[in-house]
Design a protein around this ligand. Structure first.
Ligand code: NI
Ligand code: MN
Length: 249
């Protein structure tokens, strides 16, 4: 960890990825949970495995994490975060209120962000960006406002939308960042459907999309073929992974 931080100068975060030779390994763990491998670090997003009937093949006790990034307070996004943070010693990155909430549970290794702000970690820079959704915590505590994340690193950049409606704000991301992939909610009912996600991919100027927040519950079941076809017709590539499967973007 320290070696990686040591070789990368702190100001070196503007990276061209359009013609990048490398790749970024992403593993899907079901619902909106995925991990991105950056250098030797694992960034785990929105861990919700326990209680996800589609992820019974995934063992939350074996998932690696150096950082756990949490988009908002709903239990289908942070259900396993506390246990994984305790086991791995990972740093929790989320909004101020959610970081405070974990702190009260003794999880003090954390970094709070708020909308529009970013921080440069040893693997790269994380910016917390707008999402249109809600964010109460499982015990009813105030969870602050929901967000998404932009991650910029030497290995490439990506955007995770969190749970959100389609929003014009996404255009700001496309204007300022070259994304290797975008991880977008596509399941409708609580978030964007896949047609809005295609517009979101346009807004953030990205062709490669990892689909999230679909099929887990009856209201968000989607027609996979229809979604894949629509993306293809729009000149984009939707990746629908099985829980436990990986893809290199
Ligand atoms: Ni939610
Ligand atoms: Mn959700």
């Amino acid at each position: 960890m320290d070696n990686i931080a040591g070789v990368r100068s702190s100001g070196q975060r503007q990276v061209e990825t359009e013609t990048g030779e490398g790749f970024m390994k992403v593993t899907y763990y079901g619902h909106s949970c995925f991990a991105a491998q950056i250098a030797n670090q694992t960034l785990l997003f929105d861990p919700f495995i326990t209680g996800n009937e589609l992820a019974t093949g995934v063992d939350p006790n074996n998932i690696p994490a150096d950082y756990i990034l949490i988009s908002h307070g709903h239990s289908d996004h942070l259900g396993d975060a506390g246990d994984i943070a305790r086991r791995t010693g990972a740093t929790i990155v989320s909004n101020y209120e959610i970081v405070q909430w974990f702190g009260k549970q003794g999880l003090l290794k954390a970094h709070p962000l708020n909308h529009g702000g970013g921080h440069t970690f040893d693997f790269g820079r994380v910016k917390f960006v707008n999402a249109i959704h809600s964010s109460s915590l499982p015990d009813g505590a105030y969870g602050g406002n929901p967000g998404g994340f932009i991650v910029e690193s030497a290995e490439g950049n990506f955007y995770y939308s969190g749970d959100t409606a389609l929003t014009w704000d996404m255009k700001l991301i496309g204007e300022s960042t070259h994304l290797r992939f975008a991880a977008l909610c596509i399941g409708d009912n609580f978030t964007m459907d896949f047609e809005d996600a295609i517009k979101a991919a346009d807004f953030v100027r990205c062709r490669e999309v990892l689909g999230l927040h679909f099929d887990t519950f009856p209201p968000i079941k989607i027609n996979h073929q229809a979604a894949l076809d629509k993306f293809k017709a729009a000149g984009k590539h939707l990746h629908l992974l099985h829980p436990g499967a990986s893809h290199e973007f």
